[in-house]
Design a protein around this ligand. Sequence first.
Ligand SMILES: Nc1ncnc2c1ncn2[C@@H]1O[C@H](COP(=O)(O)OP(=O)(O)OP(=O)(O)O)[C@@H](O)[C@H]1O
Length: 280
Amino acid sequence: MVAIRDLTVRIGDRVIASMPELDVAAGECVAIVGESGSGKTTTLLATLGLVHGAGITGAITVTGVDVTSARPAELRGLRGSRAALVMQSPQAALNPVMRLGTLMRRALARHGVRGAEARGRAEEAVRAVLLDPAILSRYPHQVSGGQAQRFAIALALALGAEILLADEPTSALDVTVQAEVVAVLRRLRDERGLAVLLVSHDLALVSTIADRVVVMRDGAVVESGPAAEVFARPRDAYTRELIAAVPRLPGDGETARDANGATGAADTVGADGSGDEEGR
Ligand SMILES: Nc1ncnc2c1ncn2[C@@H]1O[C@H](COP(=O)(O)OP(=O)(O)OP(=O)(O)O)[C@@H](O)[C@H]1O
């Protein structure tokens, strides 16, 4: 789905992100973690050809498209269908005077999908993120932040997303709602083989979903590997610091969270990933 080799992003003579190797396969979630300013967002945006005014070297392939040499129209096509960006505040990106169903139908019409097929695809996508299709008749201000984020994911699915590139997709949400969104991402990864490249500074959350973790600091990768291994036996001192900084509740084990997500916050919405489907 994603293959990055020897990526370097420079502003002037400063390297703001360098990523020697990063692969995300179908049905896999890879998380990039690190403190603010470590280069996580730059790496994510570069993956979709969205870093402008910077010197970029290296190779980036996303669902077979060579991002570094693709023409602008080809990149727009990639971003509007097979690869979708999920941002922190979905509500801000939704047109406030348009019902969610209209918004979805217009997006599908741009891809030549109309009428009964568009309605069917919209309902199927909304159900896949555990929302009631009745939500399609609501306006953005009539849904919660978690529902809006799940709708943004549904929109991506309806348009044919095979990979989601998610930048802090839950940090604008409260903890229970965060859990709903993570449960939905896990389910889509497991059941549909969706690939997820996730950027987050929240290690507790990352430990509930990531299969592999890449730790960045000052624009460089300091450690990477299977999530369970990195969380249980961090090799780098900076990774150890990040893990030690995760808040713990009385009764938690040695590590902040079990890497399989067994004790993660997402469990508050049920092991099958079912969340609150009702409106608020
Ligand atoms: N267009 C730009 N021009 C100059 N510097 C930039 C630009 N974009 C990012 N930077 C710098 O590059 C570094 C990495 O930024 P980036 O946003 O990738 O970090 P991050 O790890 O995602 O941080 P955060 O968690 O705060 O979003 C920062 O020092 C940032 O100030």
